[in-house]
Design a protein around this ligand. Structure first.
Ligand code: CMP
Length: 139
């Protein structure tokens, strides 16, 4: 059965461009409840650890640099079928390929500056949520 939580970050480009409010509105209108939220600024250590799964990918260095370039908003979201429904709401990783009306189609500029992150599985949603919000750890 699909889980009911996912994890998101509003990335530095979307924060810098003033889209926090619009993106949170879209998330809430999409039926998601915000159950934890934090405004913070990642450093190389925290961004590198968060994206450690991509360590061997050629874009890892640029990704860490970009994710430390300004503040972000991290949040845990709740909805039935959360991971899949949130990925539909945000659109494809590359905003050039994101369906019309999706968050990335509306607010993202490039595959690096793609406005938001969304977990790709229930397992990663739990890991990523726990990375930022220790009170959501599973015991
Ligand atoms: P995100 O969902 O946060 O997960 C990893 C990020 O790496 C991704 O969004 C993109 O912003 C970034 N990225 C850069 N190049 C690529 C690529 N070729 N494939 C996937 N992700 C990429």
């Amino acid at each position: 059965m699909a889980g009911n939580r996912t994890f998101t970050m509003i990335k530095p480009d979307a924060v810098a461009n003033g889209h926090i409010g619009n993106i949170l509105s879209d998330i809430i209108a999409g039926g998601f409840k915000i159950v934890a939220m934090k405004y913070t600024h990642l450093n190389a250590e925290t961004a590198g650890a968060f994206y450690a799964v991509h360590k061997e990918r050629p874009f890892y260095g640029d990704l860490v640099e970009f994710m430390t370039s300004g503040p972000i908003v991290a949040a845990i979201l709740e909805k039935d079928n959360a991971v899949e429904d949130f990925r539909t709401l945000i659109g494809a990783t590359n905003p050039q390929e994101a369906a019309e009306g999706t968050i990335r189609a509306k607010y993202a500029k490039s595959i690096d500056a793609n406005a938001v992150h969304g977990s790709d599985s229930d397992e990663n949603a739990a890991i990523e949520g726990n990375f930022f919000f220790s009170q959501f750890e599973r015991h």
